[in-house]
Write a protein that binds this ligand. Structure first.
Ligand code: NTF
Length: 829
């Protein structure tokens, strides 16, 4: 039988003409075939967008080959797999990343130029896949790249939102949000799997059922929605492995509300059916405040339930005993959002598989691990009990049961310490009784990870102090990392060639530790010349982009100073703007000879504010108001330009980061869990101006604190400073710039009033006033360093050379070993 199947497969393979070939002629033929048969345009008449679509499909074909081989191989070897559950993935564009990882960029560029197209121009046709908000979501994307490259048998699971993160448009300096219709022109990177779909149930009641003399609780749901799989192949670099990111879309189910049909209300029945799709319609744009909305809970359960059905089906294909489940399955919960998975696993094991409660709990505790990505308590999700009980009645019972066991255990240890028990309880009492999703995770997961060393300290000493004292062994950290494939190889090709040339190898693309070899040449004048040239080319590209977008002309001799990230009070874009105002004020008061000593700056800020976050929106407006005044001031000229880059996203970051001289990371110490933008800048040789927060502390250890500009209060000083208020020296300069805003120097006096109040003495929670003097000093040091271009270039080389630790490859290897217990499974070529 096996021989027969093999012969048949070989015959088919022969008919397919073997695997797709990657020479220029084959690539051209494939692209043209897709123009004709997939895009359905004539091969004599198609535009850039159509050419991009055909190109994308030809790349996708190659991805699918690898994807098939990898999954067949995984199935044959049956290793323990990692399932990465995340409500958000910020993938950005796929074309350049895929072509780079497949290693056929030159061949494609060649093939296209022979057809009269430019590879880079076509790459620009692609929109961003923005199914996430910020750091957490982009980290997940970088980690998928590392998982594939390092040959780990992993799957990503998430939601296929129809509307990604909103587009930011700026009207008169104000942010407006527009929906991101990212699927409108089709998405060649996904494969719809109509046959991979599962029903996901909601609402209803719980009843008792007796089976073989035993009583079971049975959930009788009232609504069912179909989850359909969309697969997004993720190719590794320098390997045949391509793993899968499976995103679920909600579709009406056949079982949905059959009654309305029978009552004859045909039109309304269809309208109602269609409502099922709303579950996967839209991504929530607030990255750290959870409103306890029904739709959000449904999104979470929807993707968790579908993923678990898929995972269990795969397990059952080869196994029939759940004792083996922890040997084959590791489940990673990305932040607390997918925590309902814990209750769902318990429900499936107890109610459907009829395992004992304690056996099921033992299994759950072995398979789950969680990573926390925030510090702010408001980012920890709390679901009102009434809401959970209505949407998922059986899960609420299960959570109560888990909590009961937890409380019993705690009572044995802490006796009658009710304060402690109530802090650790999964259930929060109060006006609105809530489920604390974080506590549910802490109770079950065998590892709880922070995202930098400092962040773990904060979790241990503040956020999860009680749990840490109880289970210290669960608490770990894995300092975040980013993928050098996207952040150097794809987005900064000139730097990529320089590194490979000087190291004499491309091996650093898979083993980034080798990048430290650049240190040896940090003073080499030839390397300096190449390095400066690379920066200049990237600055030129960025300057053109800025001019097209904002009509501001910037000088390439100026220091390009950048802060790009979500707009948040704790990230202190306001400190940056107040610093710019101070610089402006100084220049205005200078005579001509002083002005000659000023280091010209282009201050670039970009980022989105959550739609309901008023203060953040005012910060964006202030940035524009200052830009409007400064940029046309003849006293200032090229000494200072202020630019707000609208609609910041992954692709914009890929363009901005390589062209940056100095990047700013200004969070009040103790507030940024890690930060990953700083790592991308570091890899690209931008110098960092930063507080000693999150991963910046570890960056300083790697590159040496003298190679960056550190400033501001330290974490352990912050609490006392909040009590004490601003230092005198800082307060004079600070008071002056705040007064300029408050007095209407930049217009919109009434509008900025409340913004100024956030930093008033006594209310300045994020310590802008206290840190101001030290911030200005760090800025002055950066100016002085920039004057000495040789020194600056050396620091820049040392930054890149010291960035090896901050690769997501290192992070993933640590997770694999310390949290997931998985091994590489490399598909043979
Ligand atoms: C972010 N959190 C943190 O704010 C960053 O410090 C960290 O680098 C990234 O996660 C990745 O770990 C979020 O995006 C969220 F969603 F939790 F707010």
């Amino acid at each position: 039988k096996l021989g027969e199947r093999k012969a048949k497969a070989e015959k088919m393979f022969g008919l397919m003409d073997g695997f797709l070939k990657n020479d220029a002629v084959s690539l051209q033929k494939d692209i043209l075939d897709h123009v004709e048969y997939t895009v359905a345009r004539s091969r004599f008449n198609f535009d850039d967008f159509e050419a991009y679509q055909a190109l994308a499909h030809s790349v996708r074909d190659r991805l699918i080959e690898r994807w098939h081989d990898t999954h067949q191989y995984f199935k044959k070897k049956d290793p323990k797999r990692l399932y990465f559950l995340s409500l958000e993935f910020l993938m950005g564009r796929s074309l350049t990343n895929s072509v780079t990882n497949l290693g056929i960029q030159d061949q494609y560029a060649d093939a296209l130029s022979q057809l009269g197209f430019d590879y880079e121009v076509l790459a620009e046709q692609e929109g961003d896949a923005a199914l996430g908000n910020g750091g957490l979501a982009r980290l997940a994307a970088c980690q998928m790249d590392s998982l594939a490259t390092l040959d780990y048998p992993a799957w990503g699971y998430g939601l296929r939102y129809q509307y990604g993160l909103f587009r930011q448009i700026i009207v008169d300096g104000f942010q407006h949000e527009q929906p991101d219709f990212w699927l409108n022109f089709g998405n060649p990177w996904e494969i719809e799997r109509v046959h991979v779909s599962y029903p996901v149930k909601f609402y209803g009641t719980v009843e008792e059922e007796v089976l073989n003399g035993k009583t079971f609780r049975v959930w009788i749901p009232a609504e069912s929605v179909e989850a359909v799989a969309y697969d997004n192949p993720i190719p590794g670099y320098g390997t045949r492995n391509a793993i899968n990111l499976r995103l679920w879309a909600a579709k009406p189910s056949d079982q949905y509300d059959m009654e309305s049909y029978t009552t004859g209300d045909y039109i309304n029945a269809i309208v109602n059916r269609q409502k099922a799709e709303t579950i996967s319609n839209v991504l929530y744009p607030d990255d750290r405040s959870y409103q306890g909305k029904e739709l959000r809970l449904k999104q979470q359960y929807f993707f968790v339930s579908a993923s678990l059905q898929d995972i269990i089906r795969r397990f059952k294909d080869l196994h029939n005993n759940f004792d083996e489940f922890p040997e084959k399955v590791a489940l990673q919960i990305n932040d607390t959002h997918p925590s309902i998975a814990i209750a769902e696993v318990m429900r499936v094991l107890v109610d459907e598989e009829h395992l004992d409660w304690s056996k099921a709990w033992g299994i759950a505790c072995k398979i789950f691990s969680v990573t926390i990505h925030a510090v702010q308590p408001e980012a920890l999700e709390k679901v009102p009990i009434d809401l959970l009980g209505s949407v998922l009645p059986r899960h609420l019972e299960i959570i109560y049961e888990i909590n009961y066991c937890l409380m019993e255990e705690l009572k044995k240890i802490f006796g009658q310490d009710y304060d402690k028990l109530s802090r650790m309880s999964i259930i929060e009492e109060g006006a609105v009784k809530c489920i604390r999703m974080a506590n549910l995770s802490l109770a079950c997961c065998h590892t709880v990870n922070g995202v930098s060393r400092l962040h773990l300290e904060t979790l241990k000493t503040r956020v999860f102090k009680d749990f840490y004292e109880l289970w210290p062994q669960k608490f770990q950290f894995k300092t975040n990392g980013v993928t050098q494939r996207r952040w150097i190889v794809v987005s900064n090709p000139s730097l990529c060639s320089i590194i490979s040339k000087w190291l004499g190898t491309e091996a650093w693309i898979r083993n980034v530790d080798l990048i430290a070899g650049l240190r040896e040449y940090a003073e080499d004048p030839d390397l300096h010349a190449e390095w400066k040239n690379m920066k200049k080319v990237n600055k030129m590209r960025l300057a053109e982009y800025i001019e097209t977008l904002t009509s501001v002309k910037v000088s390439l001799d100026a220091m390009f100073d950048v802060q790009i990230k979500r707009i948040h009070e704790y990230k202190r874009q306001l400190l940056n703007i107040l610093g710019i105002i101070h610089r402006y004020d100084c220049i205005k008061n200078m005579d001509e000879s002083d002005k000659r000593r000023v280091v010209p700056r282009v201050c670039i800020i970009g980022g989105k504010a959550a739609p309901g976050y008023e203060v953040a929106k005012k910060i964006i407006k202030l940035c524009h108001a200052v830009a409007d005044k400064v940029n046309i001031d003849p006293d200032v000229g090229d000494l200072l330009k202020v630019v707000f880059i609208p609609d910041y996203n992954v692709s914009v970051a890929e363009l901005v980061i390589p062209g940056t001289d100095l990047s700013q990371h200004l969070s009040t110490a103790g507030h940024e869990a890690s930060g990953t933008g700083c790592m991308k800048f570091l890899m690209n040789g931008s110098l960092l101006l930063a507080t000693a927060d999150g991963s910046a502390v570890e960056i300083a250890e790697e590159i040496g604190a003298t190679n960056m500009f550190l400033f501001g209060a330290k974490v352990d000083e912050v609490p006392a400073l909040r009590e004490k208020g601003t230092s005198l020296k800082g307060s004079l300069q600070f008071a002056r710039v705040v007064r300029m805003v408050r007095d209407g120097h930049f217009g919109f006096k009434d509008y900025f009033k409340s913004l100024c109040e956030t930093v008033e003495e006594g209310k300045d929670f994020y310590l802008l006033g206290y840190d101001f003097a030290s911030y200005l000093e760090a800025q002055a040091t950066a100016d002085r360093a920039f004057v000495d271009q040789e020194k600056w270039t050396q620091m820049s080389i040392l930054s890149t050379a010291g960035s090896g630790k901050f690769s997501s490859d290192r992070t993933i290897e640590e997770y694999a070993e310390q949290s997931w217990g998985i091994e590489p499974c490399k598909c043979p070529f």
